[in-house]
Design a protein around this ligand. Sequence first.
Ligand code: ATP
Length: 353
Amino acid sequence: MKLLLLAGDDIGPEIMAPTKRALIRLNEKFDLGLDFEERSIGMEALQAEGTTLPDAVMESARAADGVVLGPVGTFKYPPKEQGGINISAAFRISMDLYANIRPSKTRPGVPSMAKQMDLVIVRENTEGFYADRTMFAGTGEFMPTEDLAMSMRKITREGSRRIAVAAFELARTRRKKVTIVHKANVLKITDGLFLSVARQVAADYPDVEVEDVIVDAMAALLIRKPEAFDVIVATNMFGDILSDEAAELSGGLGLGGSINASAERAIAQAAHGSAPDIAGQGIANPAALMSSAAMLLAWLAQKNGSNALAQASELFIRSVDHALADPVNHTPDLGGPGSTAAFGDAVVAQIES
Ligand code: ATP
């Protein structure tokens, strides 16, 4: 089984290093039979090959059983014509990775604004307000005059159905509650379609409690009573914003793991960006990328019916939680004295113990 590791930009290489070490140790411990391949993307690839996403990397990603993608600094990429490809978007669209699964939970030892929280945001990844995902040709964002900018939002019946199914299936493995987030009071047609399809899907899951909440109320309720939520399903941009809020409530962006998945493929990717402000200092929190890699192992375990992969994933998650439980391991984003490497050492030591 092949895993492709793509370090990405800014803090990417720093947080990929301990993630790779942990994966190598798990591979040995559980005899997973994983082969690792590493390739260059982002600004490094742009300088060497004239594009942030060389064709050969895309081919490797398609051939791999899973990909661990470091954060990418899209903001400083040149226009597409000059090689600046938005790597996350390219993977999500071309591989149809429609489900972005973003868990957030409070953990013993981690200072957090939320007292108690254990939820997963299931975010639709391929349509919504993202203008690059709206059109067959061209972009859904345009400027008819210099004083008028417009963008279009796409919501489809099938896109809404499959993300709702992903949410209800996940809820069945958890506390059996789904919250559908929408703005159907204003976006009556688009979010109206999303909401009605999600409710139809809900009818097939009578064992799962369902509620729907308007997105602005949801932003407030997440702060007021985060413990009330289990699985939250949302369209693309609402899910993106709410998942950053949830990660922050749980302790910080450096904790937000995630995978982008379809039934056939999955890419592990931290929910945060490439954090250029702290790059090169050895202080980035690798917990989010490590948690993402652990989620990828769980996804592979389910796909392949592999106990060893499931055990490796569980041990990985427990080891990250164990390292986070001791404030001495905390990186500065969590208010601690630690470093990226020392946190990695703590996780690897726990895997080996
Ligand atoms: P993007 O639009 O690519 O998601 P962003 O604008 O949300 O990026 P981030 O790169 O996620 O920005 O950074 C936001 C803030 O969070 C920055 O101050 C950054 O240093 C901090 N941050 C993000 N990830 C981490 C991490 N892994 N460890 C420590 N701090 C982080």
